[in-house]
Design a protein around this ligand. Structure first.
Ligand code: TPP
Ligand code: SF4
Length: 347
């Protein structure tokens, strides 16, 4: 079995080019999906795995075209059910490195129920959720991450739905690795992809992805030069939470309540909250940080790893049960079982 936590040197030497396919990439020019594809192809050779040990499973959506463009095994499955297909594969072939590629609509609308159960069951799979806050493939309807009042083709007077917070949803579903990155920061995205892979258990990576056709500039506050430093908080384990144009702003905790402070106003780095991704309470606070913005408070949006926890994976426990049963009772005989005496007559 591949133990991702112990692989340091690539065992198999491949390049990013080896993961490209002969398919025409059919995303719109300028779509953020291109950058994500490129960063995934860049990190795959670093895993040291053979192509046939990698599987990319997607649902339906623009993002879900991903397996066509990646030369590994893969499946463009059914809407919202990549999670179910991946769970079955991981249960029976635990040695494979299984990746799920999904959109905010695919994962959280039709696939919402399957998503939460995948997280709590803790299959060792890597979920890459491309969040563009819209349905791209079906031409611009609102999604469960679209903001209130958003005008789309299906909400001509503005959406009245309260949106999901995907990070809080994954934490609430007991995911054992929860992180966020963005299409426009290749170095950060590569780092997060590697950490997503390294974690043994259900890993959830939300990736902000610009749909330049139906929801352009949805994340420009966090991606553009002039605004990103005041609006992005890059979390680093063991480091104080600092942001700002000159790293002059910080997050401190007053009890359970986060506050933004200016280090030029009498606060020092020692006063700030230190990032501890193994602390679920702190992860929960950070997942809601940006929602605390109002006319008096200006909180940044956190990027990086919110939470990580070691917990037995579903497939390890299940296959352990199978092995124990085999050791106790030997190999079964299906024919004998079907023709056996334990039958019922239904009247
Ligand atoms: C059972 C079913 N219902 C609805 C659809 C239509 N449909 C296809 S993709 C999609 C949503 C895609 O949105 P998202 O997951 O955000 O992906 P994006 O295209 O934005 O990458 C919908 C509703 C479908 N294909 N199958
Ligand atoms: S519709 Fe949007 S998400 Fe889909 S390929 Fe075009 S730009 Fe990308």
């Amino acid at each position: 079995m591949i133990d991702s936590s112990t692989v340091t040197e690539p065992v198999v030497k491949l390049t990013a080019k080896d993961f490209q396919t002969d398919q025409d990439v059919r995303w719109c020019p300028g779509c953020g999906d291109y950058s994500i594809l490129k960063q995934v192809h860049t990190i795959l050779p670093q895993l040291g795995l053979k192509k046939e040990d990698l599987v990319f499973i997607s649902g339906i959506g623009c993002s879900s075209r991903f397996p066509y463009y990646t030369d590994t095994f893969g499946m463009h499955s059914i809407h919202g059910r990549a999670t179910a297909v991946a769970s079955g594969l991981k249960a029976t072939r635990p040695e494979l490195s299984v990746w799920i590629v999904t959109g905010d609509g695919d994962a959280l609308s039709i696939g919402g129920n399957h998503f939460i159960h995948l997280m709590r069951r803790n299959f060792d799979v890597n979920v890459l959720m491309f969040n563009n806050q819209i349905y791209g493939l079906t031409k611009g309807q609102y999604s469960p991450t679209s903001e209130v009042n958003k005008i789309t083709k299906s909400t001509p007077y503005g959406s009245v739905d309260h949106p999901f917070n995907p990070i809080a949803l994954a934490l609430g579903s007991d995911a054992t690795f929860v992180a966020r990155s963005m299409d426009r920061d290749p170095a950060h995205l590569q780092q997060m992809l590697l950490q997503t892979w390294k974690h043994k258990g259900a890993s959830f990576l939300e990736i902000y992805q610009n749909c330049n056709i139906y929801n352009d500039q949805a994340f420009e506050l966090f991606t553009e030069k002039g605004t990103k430093k005041m609006n992005d908080l890059f979390m680093v384990e063991g480091q104080p939470l600092i942001f700002g144009n000159n790293d002059e702003m910080g997050i401190r905790l007053d009890g359970f309540t986060p506050q933004v402070v200016n280090l030029n106003d009498g606060f020092s780095k020692d006063d700030l909250m230190v990032h501890q991704p193994k602390d679920i309470n702190k992860a929960m606070i950070l997942s809601r940080l940006y929602e605390m913005n109002d006319s008096e408070h200006h909180f940044p949006k956190p990027f990086g790893v919110f939470y990580v926890k070691d917990r037995d994976t579903y497939e390890d426990v299940m296959n352990g049960q199978v092995e124990a049963a085999l050791a106790k009772m030997g190999t079964g005989d299906l024919d004998k079982l079907l023709r056996g005496k334990e039958t019922w007559t239904v009247v």
